[in-house]
Design a protein around this ligand. Sequence first.
Ligand code: ZN
Length: 696
Amino acid sequence: MTPKHLILPISVVLALSSCKSNQTDFNSPEIAIQKDTIMKQTSEEFAYVSEQFADLRVLRYQIPGFDELTLQQKELLYYLSEAALCGRDIIWDQNYKYNLTIRKTIDAIAESYKGDVNDEEYKQFLVYAKRVWFSRGIHHHYGSEKILPECSKAFFEQLVASVESSKLPLNANESVKDFSARLLPIIFDPAIAPKKVNLDPSKDLITNSAVNFYEGVTQKEAVAFYEKMTNKADTTPVMLGLNSKLVKQNGVLTEKVWKVGGMYTQAIEKIVFWLEKAITVAENPQQKLALEKLVQFYKSGSLKDFDDYNIAWVKDTESAIDVTNGFIEVYEDPLGKKGSFESVVSVRDFEASKRIATIGANAQWFEDHSTLLPQHKKKDVKGISAKVINAVMESGDAAPSTPIGINLPNNEWIRETHGSKSVNLGNIVEAYEKAAGGSVVNEFYYNDAIKNNVLSYAGLADKLHTDMHEVIGHASGKIEDGVGQPHETLKNYASALEEGRADLVALYYLMDQKLVDLGVMPSLEYGKASYDEYITKGLMVQLCRLKLGDNIEEAHMRNRQMISAWAFEKGKSQNVIEKKVENGKTYFVINDYQQLRTLFGELLRELQRIKSQGDYKAGKNLIETYGVKVDLALHKEVLERYKKLEIAPYQGFIQPKLVPVIENGKITNVKVEYPNSFTEQMLDYGRNYSFLPLEN
Ligand code: ZN
């Protein structure tokens, strides 16, 4: 489960760089008009915002410099993008066994609906469809709870009945009526599969989670199964269980492996087809070797082959084009073993990479000067490879909602021995910035001086936070001899603790003159803005993502609240962070940035100790005390204040489309298009990239 190397956007809102100098009075209607004008001008160049529905907003991103790439590079990007899209069905099936059946039904309705598109109930159906497409299934992509349609069951049934039966995913000899009777309870009954991932430790995490990683198996059985396979003396362990579904057949536990000839073969064969094409146009021998090893892994299903692939991939640092494709992150498995399919195809942004390279080159300095206990510091920080990339295509776990940074591979011994690759998705961050307005800052920050700082400095500060989190944070520190990997020792708290550790490294150094001296940060004002943002978001703004009464489940949210709430409490005697309530509105105001930095340093040392010594009890205590429970009154206030802003809390992207120009059977060019309809793209993907049988 750890390290989790997806970074989600830290700020819901970033400054619009072009309007910085004008923003002195945020309440003045004049400024509001200026902001609107700026948004409009931006959208005339390229519309970053496509649409908004429920709690979701759909954005678009561009691929800068695509036309300047060589034909060979464009061809490579095209093949890798096709490989990415061919795996799309896998994550749907992984998330829930009936997702593909539901999606095919929804697609068929949306494709063939001939009624009034302005009909209220149809509009409600379409919102449901879009939410399901966005979440890659019927559970919320972030909160994990089941999404229920707002339209009536009777209306839904009518829609199903109106579709030509050959277009519906019926079982053999099944009537449409029987199909509806089977399907609709799955969609409408809140008691069926209520949660995708249930992390409530008082319950059986497997039988209470809807994910399709286990079947007929209890948590106890699964844990015992993998414990038996674990060889504690192995210094190069594979990530057991990463690429399989664990099932009970005739009373015996067995893994159905995701590989050519195994489970998901129909999609994996297509992925392999496109990867083999990509191999023919690889940029260099190391990239070719990595791709060959990835194909080998998909063919054998051997996790040893997956490790070999990752080692080859880490060594491929020269290529402009890169790809992650495989079963990568383990968040969707309550036991943190099973990898969700994802692919991110990218091309390097050489300009922005310089900033991150400067930070990476000083990794040892950061390690030496950190607050870690001496025995937990690495003497030789290895293999830090950091760069800014621009996304070209994202699929699976990485789309439509996307990370803004990636640090892989996840296998700890490979990271320690061979290093890791760390990237920021520059064009995604850019799109977030362009799409955001200043209204959240205006609402949740205390006074004009702080608002000004956040609007002016948080843009770059966020980028630096991400750089430091990925490049220095995850790479820092070492585990004591004989202590197992964090996902074994810290279990279900490993992810939140690891993200917290990486965030604290970033926070600690964002108020360090070193970043100014290195020339990557103009002044400590940027650090202050990032502190203001972190605390306000961690204690308040991020609550806009939760339903009233819910606890925090998601690891990044847990770690942010844990750090913020811990610092608030520990700094209370010195009034480091002050809670102010004015006109019924709560604000958290930092009075002493340097003292807050000291507190961050203390907590960093403790989190590293917990990881280094595998102190489960202390880790659990920190997360449960500070990161899970929500102050109900404050939550209610945040929801009310946020609602007035009319901004959806979750964002995701429509993907660009790569279109090959073919002459005489050969690709002579690849063009990039930027579709603007999310619905059209989802239906297009459903038509062209759906290879799996139903209910695997
Ligand atoms: Zn991270």
